[in-house]
Write a protein that binds this ligand. Sequence first.
Ligand code: RFL
Ligand code: PHB
Length: 389
Amino acid sequence: MRVQVAIVGGGPAGHLLGQLLYKAGIDAIVIEQRSQAYVLGRIRAGVLEQGTTDLLDEVDVGARMHREGLVHGGFALGFGGAHHRIDLNKLTGGKNVMVYGQTEVTHDLMDARAAAGLATAYEAENVSLHDFDGPNPKVRYVQHGVAHEVECDFIAGCDGFHGVSRASVPAAALKTYERVYPFGWLGVLSDTPPVSEELVYANHARGFALCSMRSHTRSRYYVQCSLEDKVENWSDNAFWDELRSRLAPELAESLVTGPSIEKSIAPLRSFVAEPMRFGRLFLAGDAAHIVPPTGAKGLNLAASDVRYLARALAEFYAGSEAGINHYSDTCLRRVWKAVRFSWWFTSLMHKFPDAGGFGQKIQEAELDYLIHSQAASTSLAENYVGLPL
Ligand code: RFL
Ligand code: PHB
């Protein structure tokens, strides 16, 4: 088989790139190692920047998001027994965020891809990348016992942090930057009404907590946990008690609890691999960089990467190599700002093992400053809604 672009990985980055290339008249295949059901079973991001929703509109997959997604003009910071609203809309001159799950975004993209009759290989095993340092790259994989080879002009590595794309690049050609945080997030999904109409990010001496949602009847909550914690050791009741203990009393009292329908622990990490291009292989999304989820930036960065990549490839086929030559630098400028914001917000909101009472007091002073200073809250708001593309 021969295509212009072989996309490795069928998560949000790979599927969005697939739609952008389709609209640009560039043919591509998406090669995904898992089944479609498995990809849709992963509960991850919940907050989309306007730049991301604009992109979904651009590829005509925004209709259900606009019907079912929740537009939020603010969120709350909880600390010191109260919560304080950050008015995103007012502080950013009218910008909002969209609360719509990554699962739904991926679902909508998969449906659009199937409806357009575009090629996707699910359950692709032993995916391997070849010859991307020359003009004729290839991707090989085995599907249901049959070996396949895809010849292409370019490979897009959209296969996440543990994928094969970044690992295929010679180590000497990569520089990586990493910070691993000494805690994780224990997340619970439940069919209960959200405790608050908007998201609440809470700093508490017992640790961070986040109240988020997927709809008016489905909540997503997180509590900071130890890296040694196991999901099996957290009963639903233990989770609800811990969450309640980290919220301001009026929120804790109105929390509606119920059985969890998903419970998982995610470690927190910042990671960047540079550059994001090697010959005819481009890395995009979590394959190139990871941010802790505190700033809700991971999925949005994946979207901005593939936007730059789709434009660069369209330019290439129109006769100019400028876009592909600048791809890595253009992405990394935006990536590092999101890495900085996510690191800062994580540092502000979490309990660090060695911080002690002094660390907690410093966090509370910064939070107090944040909510009372127009300059500080504007900086938080403009980063949260997303820096310009
Ligand atoms: P993904 O989603 O990991 O998809 C990669 C795909 O590649 C496949 N794959 C392979 N395919 C072929 N061959 C191989 N060898 C392969 N190896 C892997 C995988 O099966 C998978 O389908 O990466 P992508 O597309 O770059 O998307 C990135 C986002 O998933 C990620 O950044 C976000 O989920 C991060 N994130 C959040 N981002 C936000 O923007 N807003 C949020 O509110 C937000 N909340 C979160 C988050 C991530 C979380 N976790 C679990 C880390 C909350 C959490 C708890
Ligand atoms: C989520 O709803 O899963 C979510 C929301 C905001 C974040 C992280 C995760 O910062």
